[in-house]
Design a protein around this ligand. Sequence first.
Ligand code: NDP
Length: 264
Amino acid sequence: MSQLFSIFGDPVSHSRSPLMHNSVFKSCNYDACYTRTHLLDATKLKEQFFALQLSGANVTVPHKEAAFDACDEVRGFAKKVGVVNTLINENGKLIGYNTDADGFMYAISEFNTIKKILVIGAGGTAKALVSRFIEDDIEVSVLNRSASRLEYFKELGCDAFTWESFECAKYDLVVNTTSAGLKDANYPCPKEMLISILDATHYAADAIYGRLTPFLQLAKEKGITYKDGADMLLGQGVLANELFVNYTLKKEDIKVAMQKSFLL
Ligand code: NDP
């Protein structure tokens, strides 16, 4: 029987995940289809997942922490961070995984040694990335608009700042994990602050893909080596697809087919 997959998010119309996964299913002759679901109320995630009779799904902004709560069981790195971006229907049970963090490590593997990172934002993506960086003994600071989400990072041993308390240091890499710039022209922090941050870093990376965000535009103007979230998207997508097809396809075939979808 043909399988159905979906991405849940709000907004979700920008997502390239349907194109990426359908490209794999088509080129590998895998009998499945991937769609998108605009989910406003995160508490309805599980109900919608089973109402659509999905075999699996991805979850994007702002529902990844709610997805963790919706699962019957959470496995691997997702368990550690409380953030789920991939769901699998395992015999009627909702199983949660996180493939974002390893996807991002793949994306920055081309940068030279990274020892100190500033993460802007403190949402689900930041939680996953920061925990993963710490696993690799990278020193991490976090900067967020509001204070309420910073406690988690302090407990991990990070310096964690609001815009009011921020003290700039030297960084190898600055990562924007906020949704500022996704659908608007906002900077992830006040412009003057961002200028001082970019003057103190070697590299800049954005989790947002498919557009030059104001954050990356400023990095570009300063001549800093930067990348958008496309490679992170590819990395997390390959790992999610392996889970969707239960490892019946070759990783390299998945990657090649997904990469092709980026040209569409
Ligand atoms: P969350 O909703 O969990 O967190 C959003 C964060 O952004 C919060 O820290 C919030 O701050 C901050 N924020 C939102 N708007 C602004 C603003 N105007 N100015 C400053 N800060 C702001 O989102 P996620 O962590 O799930 O996703 C974040 C981004 O990463 C999204 O754009 C998503 O598309 C992208 N992403 C890309 C991936 C890829 O594969 N390339 C994978 C995963 C995510 P506050 O706490 O003050 O509200």
